[in-house]
Design a protein around this ligand. Structure first.
Ligand SMILES: Nc1nc2c(ncn2[C@@H]2O[C@H](COP(=O)(O)OP(=O)(O)OP(=O)(O)O)[C@@H](O)[C@H]2O)c(=O)[nH]1
Length: 569
């Protein structure tokens, strides 16, 4: 039989495959959405750092600028002597209030410092300083620069960093608007970087997010390590950075990819610094939660897949088991031919119907089978009976065909058949064992008179008695037959020689002579004897010789036995 898939296997495969496909589709979609959202959240965090740092820095710079502006219009500067102690006290108060200031001072219109915090640089000329030159004209906020004159006067910066400042300046004018001098301030660069660091510090340090300050020429101002590397000529920033707002993955000079966001420092001061805050997070760290989520999703997916596969197997078993059970029961019915015990009806409606249908079908099949068996048994008995009858009829027919109805002896036709068989046997074996068959032809003497005197029925009775005598005085292997009318024949098979045939004939003749026939009295027979020859093909030659011998016996006076040899023809 062609190899077929089991129902259970097919169901498991279809259900399991379907569940896994749906799981893969839904899981894949949810995973994609979640991944995108997580990635977007990371991007928002990075952007938030860049924007908040830029915002904070812009506000703080603006505040400091306003502070210097306000200082420049203080009454004691506008109208009083610029070298007054009151001026220094005002500057010291400011410095004490805002420790971001490294130096606050007032220079006259020629650039000589008249008053300053802690008296630093008093009497020195700042006429060549950019802040002074610009501060004569307008309110000024200067780019970061390294300390020159002040560096020696101020305590060294931590970690040996060079002392750097950003400068603020504003012109001091009298009531008529004439320039009297310039108010200047150097704010520590670490105040600026501290503001930026503060924006990052709010975040989880493990996030790896850091902020960079970059000036309009693309120079890194902060952090120091990148600034130093850039100063040594190393490529630090990606070439694309700074060409507009950028967000996304970007490869920096260290070869690492970073999730990057850039925010310009929006000008709120009179001076446009052109700085940008770049926040960046190593891509590996940015994607860590995404990877963790994907790992969790895969594990969850595997667990769900396992549960779904198990559920598919259980469901397939639940559906297929009743079918398998029914198939087993069908085989049991075929093998045992009796009503089996059906399991309780399955919960599934169609299967319950199938089970009920099988039960009633089995019941009706077995009933029909039993009825058929009974009919068969009856038929077998009938057949046996008919066969026996037929056999008996055949035997009767054969008897009728081969026997003489009056005497019960073989008839002439049967004798002819036996003579032909005996002839065939002699032709095959006769020369080897020297045995041939012989034939006696026996004829009642003067039988006509019996009929004439005593009537035909008495003649029949005599013929029957003669047949009886014949049968009792020959061998079992000899074949007695009624040759015709009142003439009988005896076929003697396998005779060693003529003497044996003569002896058999003589025995009959004597038996008849000795017998008494009712109403008739004594009776004699004449017998013609001859032997067959293996050379003869036609048994008629033997019959003719025996007949000739009989004729001689009659002629010789009857009640005699005459032998005629084959050689005599
Ligand atoms: N009752 C009776 N008679 C038969 C039967 N068949 C032949 N016969 C008679 O047997 C007689 C035979 O007579 P035949 O052949 O003339 O010779 P026979 O009188 O016996 O004299 P031989 O043979 O010369 O001694 C006839 O009368 C036949 O009618 C038979 O079946 N029943």
């Amino acid at each position: 039989m062609k190899r077929r898939w089991s129902l259970r296997g097919q169901l498991s495969l279809v259900l399991g495959g379907l569940s896994l496909a749906i799981l893969a589709l839904v899981g894949g979609y949810l995973g994609r959405v979640a991944t995108q959202e997580l990635y977007a959240a990371q991007q928002t965090a990075v952007r938030g750092v860049a924007q908040s740092a830029a915002e904070l820095l812009a506000t703080q710079l603006r505040d400091r600028e306003r502070e210097i502006e306000l200082l420049s219009v203080a009454p004691h500067l506008v109208s009083g002597p610029l070298d007054a102690l009151q001026v220094r006290e005002a500057l010291d108060r400011r410095a004490a209030l805002h420790d971001e200031y490294a130096w606050l001072g007032v220079a006259d219109a020629d650039g000589t410092v008249l008053q300053s915090t802690a008296g630093m640089l008093v009497g020195r000329s700042v006429a060549q300083r950019e802040w002074f030159i610009a501060g004569r004209e307008r309110i000024y906020v200067g780019d970061v620069h390294e300390a020159k004159l002040l560096a020696k006067l101020l305590p060294a910066a931590p970690q040996g960093e060079p002392t750097r400042f950003i400068d603020f300046a504003a012109p001091v004018r009298d009531a008529q608007g004439r320039l009297r001098g310039v108010v200047g301030a150097h704010a520590h660069w670490r105040w600026v970087t501290g503001l930026v660091e503060g924006s990052v510090r709010r975040l989880d340090p493990a996030s790896g997010i850091e902020a960079l300050i970059i000036d309009r020429e693309g120079r890194v101002l902060y952090p120091e390590s990148l600034k130093a590397a850039q100063a040594q000529g190393q490529p630090v920033l990606p070439p694309d950075l700074g060409r507009g707002r950028f967000e996304g993955g970007m490869r920096f000079g260290d070869g690492q990819e970073y999730l990057t966001s850039e925010a310009p420092l929006l000008a709120r001061t009179n001076a446009e610094l052109g700085w940008r805050i770049v926040a960046r997070q190593p891509m590996a760290l940015a994607q860590r939660p995404v990877r963790a989520l994907q790992r969790e999703l895969v594990l969850l997916g595997l667990a769900v897949a396992g549960v779904l596969t198990l559920a598919a197997l259980l469901l397939a078993r639940r559906v297929s088991r009743p079918v398998e059970e029914l198939a087993r029961i069908a085989q049991q019915v075929e093998a045992e031919h009796r009503m089996p015990t059906f399991p309780p009806l399955p919960a599934t409606r169609e299967l319950a119907h199938l089970s009920q249908a099988m039960q009633s079908m089995t019941q009706s099949l077995l009933t029909t089978e039993r009825a058929l068996q009974q009919v068969n048994t009856g038929l077998e008995a009938q057949v046996q009976e008919r066969t026996a009858e037929l056999r008996a009829a055949n035997a009767a027919l054969e008897h009728l065909a081969t026997r003489d109805p009056l005497t019960g002896l073989h008839n002439r036709r049967s004798l002819d058949t036996r003579l032909q068989e005996a002839q065939a046997l002699d032709r095959r074996y006769g020369r080897q064992n020297g045995r041939v068959h012989g034939l006696l032809l026996i004829d009642a003497d003067h039988f006509k008179q019996v009929n004439d005197v005593h009537g035909h029925p008495t003649g029949d009775a005599v013929l029957r008695q003669l047949a009886q005598l014949l049968q009792t005085h020959i061998r079992v292997s000899d074949l007695p037959a009624r040759f015709g009318g009142e003439e009988f024949a005896v076929l003697l098979p396998e005779l060693p020689g003529p003497l044996d045939a003569m002896r058999a004939a003589e025995k009959i003749r004597q038996a008849v002579q000795a017998a008494t026939f009712p109403q008739v009295g004594a009776l004699t027979v004449s017998i013609g004897v001859s032997l067959a020859s293996p050379d003869e093909a036609d048994p008629r030659a033997l019959v003719d010789r025996a007949d000739a011998a009989l004729y001689e016996a009659k002629r010789a006076g009857r009640n005699a036995v005459v032998y005629r040899a084959p050689t005599e023809g």
